[in-house]
Design a protein around this ligand. Sequence first.
Ligand code: NAD
Length: 357
Amino acid sequence: MTNVTLITGDGIGPEIADAARRCIDATGADIKWEPAEAGTEVMEKFGTPLPEATFESVRRNGVALKAPITTPVGTGFRSVNVYMRQQLDLYACLRPCKSYEGVRSRYTDIDLVVVRENTEDLYAGIEYEKGADDTCELIDWLNAHSDRKVTADSGISIKPISVGATQRVFNFAFDYARKMGRRKVTSVHKANIMKYSDGLWLQVSREVAKDYPDIEFEDRIVDNMCMQLIQKPELYDVIVLPNLYGDIISDLCAGLVGGLGVAPGANIGEKGAIFEATHGSAPRYAGQNKVNPTALILSGVLMLRHLGKMAEADRLERAVAAVIAEGKSVTYDMKADRTDPTAVGTKEMADAIIARM
Ligand code: NAD
């Protein structure tokens, strides 16, 4: 039996968490769920959107399936998602993007995996506000040490890229490629312009690639990568990117396969792994048994593979694919006409998936 924390989230979270849990249980995977609360709805009870017991459960079990959580605006609480990623040092964001027959998209036969470095780059949060004392000091220093002048009315965001963080995300990507039988890893960068950050990224990725001679390796400049993904997505397999490009390109790839409703994800590190849909808590649909549970269920497929439960994962993925391909027992967003009265609810779509296993 494997212990897994189930964070039910808020908004549409509890409904899709229930659907995903039932589907995963139906595979026969021997999971002991530890339900845990988080989100805006528990703030009054605990005074925080992330109760200590929830965080402690994730830390103890090392694996969580997490439904979306609303980031409250203007309350002073930071994003629970960002907090857990930082505290547990979940440095690799994994986003497989795969075409399923029956999902409306301009593309077919897409099968890409995006791996995004989660901890560095322009997202490290090292920022200097225009006009602040430390910003003026920094600008004076930069102007004294560089030929390029920064004007006094500038705001500044810093882009750190380190050897250590780049090595570990590429080791993760190559290990994942090996484990999943993938053929190629592509390192994405803008090393021609940012020689000391993206240049270092490229250099380290080339070094790490030498340890994996069985996996093909190549690199692409990020702007060219965008065009190639639109024109020839079939050329790519596992794509590894620094934080900012990774954020943008993972949405681009989700768009290639039909959007947020079918985009699973995971944030993984040495101390734990959190599996979650790419979409948010869609508060206006909360409690209506209406939204699509597929992205969280497919996140469950990733979780089962992470736990080594390959047969169970394949069984669940096949059942999801069959229900989507048939196009009958699917939620409104998967129908050609979103007002189609034959659309089923979240629970009924999960029932149809379970019936296929
Ligand atoms: P959202 O993903 O919740 O919604 C965007 C659009 O997609 C909406 O039209 C919504 O109705 C639709 N949608 C989302 N999930 C769907 C589903 N499963 N089935 C059918 N339609 C679906 O994004 P948002 O509105 O920008 O964010 C809402 C809240 O979610 C915010 O507070 C945000 O911070 C939070 N959020 C949380 C996470 C997370 O927990 N990992 C991720 C993204 C956003």
